[in-house]
Design a protein around this ligand. Structure first.
Ligand code: PLP
Length: 453
């Protein structure tokens, strides 16, 4: 049982006035909140001065850690020269131009244009609107449905939350909206049948996708959206043959593949892009989070030339391209994006992630023997530890027991922050973490796990 100390003045004010996202609101008064005041390197500090290893990079985003002076300088410089301008009506800013060029240079597939948003949800929302706009432009007004997956996470706007495949994003919210379909989750441990090999599992998912497309009618489906490694659904790493196999079906029916790189992008999986680690060849890409190393909000949608030409043709036919956000391509975000990418390149962050992944993998694997651990999953420097009620049968805990969130809370007492996504504890440390810090994070996690038994 957790022993919660009385709430501090700041915690009380926090609970009185802030509506906390993704929080068990009914428990807030007993759990309290953790008010963070500062950060340096991979550590954040609360208002009592207690330090925590931030093992989640905040929300999978602060990949360069906290208090990076180069990023702070880039932000200050940009705010001094131009704190705000927009890109509407053919206006431009140097930082947006530079960032778009950088993204095109590092993109995993040929990209012609970059559309900027303020968040990952807005990027995925934009992806859907652009797919509809494209198909209207191409004279295919009925080709509008979007396929997503059970356990996917694509954000929280009405469309992005509809694409998301998690019950708490739908139940009570009147979602998903029409035109969204969910196909199977490529998680072999959880959804593989007894006696089914991984190859047979992939074939079953491919057949199920094909059946869905045929049932709905290929001419009604515009796109499928997928995160290479699925993040908030439980850090699910699909079998290596999965994407190539489903892409064959999509290509057959002229259904484009939207790659949600919001978590995976910028080195997280040991390559610049998650699609490169998982053998996926996308048509369009969404990015956010590590795009600016989280020093400012920013999202991006990247599209190839043939799709861009469809927008140009449509604009010629119906007028202005009527989409854009006041803060999409904010100069602060773009300047930070340019600097973050420059740092990723100069400090060889991808190389650092690759150097640390064997350590990460070894520490993850070592957890497999623990009686509460059903499966560990990892790719580069992102991973998940799934807790189960019964290791033999893979039976999950009753969600009401909130075993994952409780473990995360116990871990705070040991000076580390990880995130419970259901009963999977997610690990996504800043990519600049050292080997010693990474080992310390796992040591603290093991202590918390021991306290949970
Ligand atoms: N896509 C993925 C894969 C995400 O993990 C997230 C957020 O966690 C989003 C989209 C939504 O991004 P945002 O919270 O910036 O709207």
């Amino acid at each position: 049982m957790l022993n919660t100390p009385p709430l501090s003045n700041l915690q009380t004010r926090d609970i009185e006035s802030v509506l906390h996202p993704y929080t068990a609101l009914h428990k807030l008064k007993s759990t309290g909140t953790l008010v963070i005041e500062s950060g340096k390197g991979v550590y954040v500090y609360d208002t009592q001065g207690r330090g925590y290893i931030e093992g989640m990079s905040g929300l999978w985003c602060a990949g360069l850690g906290f208090g990076d002076e180069e990023l702070i300088d880039a932000a200050t410089e940009q705010l001094r020269s131009l704190p705000y301008y927009h890109l509407f009506g053919a206006k431009g800013t140097e930082s947006a131009i530079e960032l778009a060029e950088k993204l095109k240079e590092i993109a995993p597939v040929p990209i012609s244009k970059v559309f900027f948003t303020s968040s990952g949800s807005e990027a995925n929302d934009t992806q859907v609107k652009l797919a509809w706009y494209m198909n209207n432009a191409m004279g295919r007004p009925n080709k509008k449905k979007i396929i997503s997956r059970i356990k996917a996470y694509h954000g929280v706007t009405i469309m992005a939350a509809s694409l998301t495949g998690l019950p708490y994003n739908h139940i009570g919210w009147d979602l998903p909206v029409d035109r969204v379909l969910h196909t199977d989750c490529p998680h072999y441990y959880r959804f593989g049948k007894d006696g089914e090999s991984e190859a047979e599992f992939v074939q079953r998912l491919v057949k199920s996708l094909r059946d869905l497309i045929e049932r709905e009618g290929p001419n009604t489906i515009a796109a499928m959206i997928a995160e290479p490694v699925m993040g908030a659904g439980g850090v699910i790493v699909p079998p290596m043959t999965y994407y190539a196999a489903i892409q064959e079906v999509l290509d057959e029916h002229n259904i484009i593949l939207i790659d949600d790189e919001v978590i995976n992008g910028f080195g997280r999986t040991g390559n610049w892009w998650g699609c490169q680690s998982l053998g996926m060849t996308p048509k369009t890409i969404s990015a956010a989070k590590q795009l600016t190393a989280a020093y400012s909000p920013l999202g991006a949608v990247m599209v190839p030339e043939d799709i861009y030409q469809a927008y140009v043709d449509h604009s010629a036919a119906i007028g202005t391209f009527g989409h854009g956000f006041t803060y999409g391509g904010h100069p602060l975000g773009c300047a930070l994006g340019v600097k973050a990418i420059e740092i990723y390149q100069r400090r060889d962050i991808v190389g650092h992630v690759r150097m640390l992944s064997p350590v990460f993998e070894a520490r993850m694997k070592a957890l497999n023997d623990h009686p509460l651990v059903g499966e560990t999953r990892y790719c580069g420097l992102v991973g998940g530890v799934e807790l189960v009620a019964d290791k033999k049968t893979r039976r999950s805990f009753d969600p009401k027991q909130a075993v994952g969130p409780q473990l995360a809370k116990i871990l705070e007492g040991h000076g580390a922050i990880l995130r419970a996504v259901g009963d999977t504890i997610a690990f996504c440390p800043p990519m600049v973490i050292t080997e010693a810090e990474l080992n310390e994070l796992f040591d603290r996690f093991e202590k918390a796990l021991a306290d949970t038994e």
